[in-house]
Design a protein around this ligand. Structure first.
Ligand code: FE2
Length: 104
């Protein structure tokens, strides 16, 4: 195990002991699920923006605006999910690669 990884695990453990009444396994399970949820929400956000950007046809304006509104709502979820994981003392997504590897 790399030193950086060990330090990261120790930091998470210290944060965990300070911030949570859950057992360590529960925190790990909740954090893993939050990470996957966050990855899925980012993926859904991008898919929604894809349709927003590429919408064509008679109802373009209505759907374009609807998808923009939905995209804003979906993106608005991301901060709460990520910060919930951080409050448990765990890390959350750090990159596009993390989104890809954690998405269901
Ligand atoms: Fe737009």
């Amino acid at each position: 195990m790399k030193t950086e990884s060990i330090v990261h695990k120790q930091t998470e453990l210290v944060a965990y002991t300070r911030t949570s009444d859950f057992g360590r396994d529960a925190v790990g399970a909740i954090s893993a699920n939050l990470r996957q949820l966050l990855a899925d929400v980012f993926a859904l956000y991008l898919k929604t923006k894809n349709f927003h950007w590429h919408m064509t046809g008679r109802h373009f304006r209505d759907y374009h605006l609807l998808l923009d509104e939905q995209g804003e709502q979906i993106f608005g979820m991301t901060d709460d999910i990520a910060e919930r994981a951080r409050k448990l003392g765990r890390s959350t997504l750090r990159s596009i690669g993390d989104i890809a590897s954690n998405s269901a």
